[in-house]
Design a protein around this ligand. Structure first.
Ligand SMILES: Nc1nc2c(ncn2[C@@H]2O[C@H](COP(=O)(O)OP(=O)(O)OP(=O)(O)O)[C@@H](O)[C@H]2O)c(=O)[nH]1
Ligand SMILES: [Mg+2]
Length: 444
């Protein structure tokens, strides 16, 4: 990708009114724009109180100006930051003035994209900035910060490096055929492959955690009418969110609540009770319930413990999603609350008995451990690339085991390493970059 010579400008603070509004300008015109708007160039990296003027010298505002000469800036280009008063009009006048002086409005994520092209950040780190800004729990924010500081990238690079060294070894062996056979049947090679396989597994597990930290975990509550789905939703969320009545068919719409289980962001979805011959409104509710099931990370199937007829799961549930059976209203029968098997929990949405066990179950299903300092955020994109890398690695290993095919192993190792490179952006296409950075908001 050719680097853009344009100088870009955007508000770095959100639209609306605030104490301060920051306008950021990046590119080779930043210095000239600074001279024009401030009268002279402020001392680098020093907050300086200045009057901000437009191209004709008309005063717009006054505040702190910060100038970062390239390459020591966020983008790697010369950057000017103007910290003015946070009114939408002031901010847009400052942006207008910079445009008049030769800058253009930045595209979404363009500052971060420039930082990436100037090797200030790799892709994972650029994405971590967006994740940090939008994180929903303190744990997610900490994890994003760890990604930003390079924890995830380092792990990926370390594995890619191992694959590279392994491949170089294999290729060297192929070039010296008299030694090839020995090398390829060498225990040491198998050991190193096994080590890489373990690294893959650890990294994939950590990245899955990271994905859950970033995106949250979606739990859909389904079951027969009156089983106590809405009561459970209210209990878990600690709010009187859903209407509860003894009338079967109370809930008709989908209800969503965000809860935080020890730092795991969970989106709970309460749905209409599933039954035959509903009325028209309920029928639509049931249709929505089934649709919600399709995007679920986990399903809670609620049963009324007092009603033996509601015991069986007669609904078609997605087969790749874990289902936990919750036997509710345990206060009305002679049974203890708590786990009664690996996927069945007895509880009472009325008294709250057994709900702690259910919370633990949800954490377990999400594979969530409160890793504290160790965790980093990851995205679906990263998981897909990791899965592809692992698949190539596995077929390479297979080729060696089945046919002692050194060339195939080398090639699969190369493809595996390439898939890992896509995560950090060491290998990237313009198309991929465009997609990633366009998700950012303007000014980032
Ligand atoms: N004793 C007892 N009653 C419960 C419990 N959970 C729910 N109920 C009662 O069961 C009835 C139905 O509860 P809801 O939470 O509305 O059930 P629902 O599954 O959401 O029902 P629909 O929305 O109609 O599908 C209400 O009268 C609740 O008070 C429980 O654990 N113990
Ligand atoms: Mg309900």
């Amino acid at each position: 990708m050719t680097l853009d010579a344009d100088t870009i400008v955007a508000s770095a603070t959100p639209p609306g009114t605030g104490g301060i509004g920051v306008v950021r300008i990046s590119g080779n015109q930043a210095e000239a724009i600074a001279r024009a708007m401030l009268g002279s160039l402020p001392e680098p990296r020093t907050a300086t109180y200045r009057t901000f003027a437009d191209a004709r010298g008309q005063k717009i505002d006054a505040g702190l100006a910060l100038y970062f000469p390239e390459p020591a800036s966020f983008t790697g280009e010369s950057v000017l930051e103007l910290h003015g008063h946070g009114g939408p009009l002031v901010v847009s006048m400052l942006v207008e003035a910079a445009i008049e002086l030769g800058a253009r409005q930045a595209m979404p994520g363009e500052f971060s994209e420039r930082a990436f092209h100037n090797d200030k950040l790799d892709l994972v780190q650029a994405e971590a900035i967006a994740d940090l800004i939008s994180s929903g729990t303190a744990q997610a924010a900490r994890a994003a910060l760890r990604s930003l500081s390079g924890a995830f990238s380092t792990a990926v690079n370390r594995l890619a490096d191992r694959l590279l060294r392994l491949r170089m070894h294999v290729e060297a062996a192929i070039d010296f055929p008299e030694e090839e056979i020995d090398f390829l049947s060498d225990d040491r090679l198998n050991e190193r492959l096994a080590e890489c396989a373990t690294s893959f597994e650890t990294l994939i597990e950590e990245a899955q955690q990271g994905r859950v930290l970033r995106d949250g975990y979606q739990v859909v509550i389904v079951g027969k009418p009156n089983a106590g789905k809405s009561s459970l939703m209210n209990l878990l969320s600690g709010q009187d969110a859903a209407i509860v009545t003894e009338i079967a068919g109370t809930t008709r719409d989908i209800l969503r609540e965000q809860i935080d289980i020890d730092g795991l962001a969970v989106e709970l979805i309460d749905t209409a009770g599933l039954r035959e011959n509903p009325d028209r409104v309920e029928e639509e509710g049931i249709r929505r319930a089934r649709r919600a099931l399709r995007s679920a990370d986990a399903v809670l199937w609620i049963q009324d413990a007092t009603d033996s007829g509601s015991a069986a799961i007669d609904e078609e549930l997605p087969d790749d999603v874990p289902v936990t059976v919750v036997r509710n209203k345990i206060d009305l029968v002679e049974e203890a609350a708590g786990a009664i098997s690996s996927n069945t929990v007895n509880l009472s949405a009325k008294t709250g008995a057994g709900v702690d066990v259910l919370r633990d179950t949800i954490k377990e299903l999400a594979g969530y451990r409160n890793q504290g300092e160790g965790a980093f955020t990851a995205r679906r994109r990263h998981l897909e690339a990791l899965a592809r890398a692992k698949a190539h690695f596995d077929s390479g290993r297979e080729a060696l085991r089945e046919a002692r095919a050194g060339e195939l192993l080398a090639e699969e190792l190369r493809l595996s390493q390439q898939a890992l490179g896509e995560i950090t952006g060491a290998v990237s296409s313009d198309d991929l970059l465009g997609r990633i950075f366009s998700e950012f908001c303007i000014g980032k």
